[in-house]
Design a protein. Structure first.
Length: 362
């Protein structure tokens, strides 16, 4: 990673706190989804679910009075048609700030978060006005002079965008203390699909929130040079459609192969690897978008089998939490050994790749 310019202040991801809801809905969703498929498709679904690398996914939707899940009788999705977008956004307005505050409390247990000058919030699974950034600022008692940035509807790479903007802020204002928050409630958007592709896409997603402090204090991880690249002719492969019944997620099965093809290109590999030979990179923070996506990155970059352990562990314990996922990966890396050359990488709607180089402060 190129050294920081003498004219600019280096920016550091000092600490990360995370939070998930208390209700594990993964097994209940699998039972609901497989019951919607024909016998031949059910066998395929079962095989893909068992190979997903996911053991748990968490939802803000509470259990029913008798302990059932949102898809059970008396649950939020008990009947069809499912609740409309307005009902889902009502839940978003209530639960997204609550979960974000829980993540900030987890961050506060690791590092002092007083004196915040900037608040950067990323969330693509809901809308509310005043925005979730204002709600969080008010709940925290932040000064009205705190500058806020709300990043919406950018999907899985929004954490990269949030951290990149935090880096820009600190590099231009050395005394800035930037609170970065990512919060996603993907389970608010279950769709009554029967085709296997959308059911497998929904199988990936869960709810989660993360909070991070970015400052010029040389602790944690130094955020390096960012990169962004859009893959040609891929704009239909990852898509969120806003409907009268929530946000319908489209995640094509072609995505892993297109990622592998892109990473096979020498120029693209050079961008992604921050100019370092892949074998010299000792820290990978790859968005855990799904096992097949992690496999595609591992094989295309010819990584060691344990290179993506942090991402695979997050996937197993939480599923894909859209923008919050990468922050969960960083939380694990911050607790691990020092990193000399690291790469953060996430893919999302576009199909686009966003990322940056990083290294441990020590």
């Amino acid at each position: 990673m190129p050294a920081s310019s003498p004219a600019c202040t280096a920016a550091f991801l000092n600490a990360v706190g995370t939070a998930v809801p208390d209700h594990d809905i993964h097994d209940a969703f699998i039972a609901w989804a497989r019951a919607r498929t024909e016998a031949r498709a059910t066998r395929v679904f079962d095989r893909m679910a068992s190979r997903s690398g996911i053991a748990h996914r968490w939802s803000v939707l509470p259990p029913t009075a008798d302990g059932g899940s949102p898809v059970d009788a008396a649950g939020f999705y008990a009947t069809e048609p499912h609740p409309g977008t307005a009902a889902r956004m009502t839940l978003y307005a209530k639960h997204a700030p609550d979960l974000a505050i829980r993540a900030i409390d987890a961050l506060r247990a690791k590092i002092a978060v007083e004196g915040i000058t900037h608040l950067v919030v990323a969330s693509c699974t809901g809308f509310v006005a005043p925005g979730i950034d204002q709600i969080i600022a008010r709940r925290l008692g932040l000064s009205p002079s705190v500058e806020r940035l709300l990043i919406g509807f950018m999907g899985c790479y929004a954490a990269v965008v949030a951290l990149r903007n935090a880096r820009h802020i600190v590099r231009s204002e050395r005394h800035a203390r930037v609170l970065v928050v990512t919060v996603e409630l993907s389970t608010l958007h279950l769709q009554p699909a029967t085709d296997i592709e959308p059911l497998l896409a929904m199988l990936q997603f869960g709810d989660g929130a993360a909070a991070a402090l970015v400052t010029a204090d040389a602790t944690g991880i130094e955020l390096g040079t960012p990169f962004a690249a859009a893959l040609p002719d891929t704009e239909t492969l990852i898509r969120w459609d806003v409907t009268d019944a929530g946000f319908a997620m489209h995640l094509s099965g072609e995505v892993p192969a297109r990622i592998a093809t892109a990473l096979a290109d020498t120029a693209f590999r050079t961008i992604v690897s921050d100019g370092h030979p892949p074998e010299s990179i000792d820290g990978w923070a790859v968005h855990a978008g799904g096992r097949s996506i992690l496999d595609a990155v591992e094989h295309a970059m010819q990584l060691k089998p344990d290179a993506l352990d942090a991402s695979r562990q997050v996937l197993a314990q939480n599923g894909n939490m859209s923008s919050a996922t990468l922050m969960f990966v960083f939380e694990r890396l911050l607790a691990g050994p020092p990193i000399r050359h690291g790469v953060a990488l996430a893919f999302g709607p576009g199909l686009a790749a966003e990322g940056f180089g990083f290294r441990s402060a020590a």
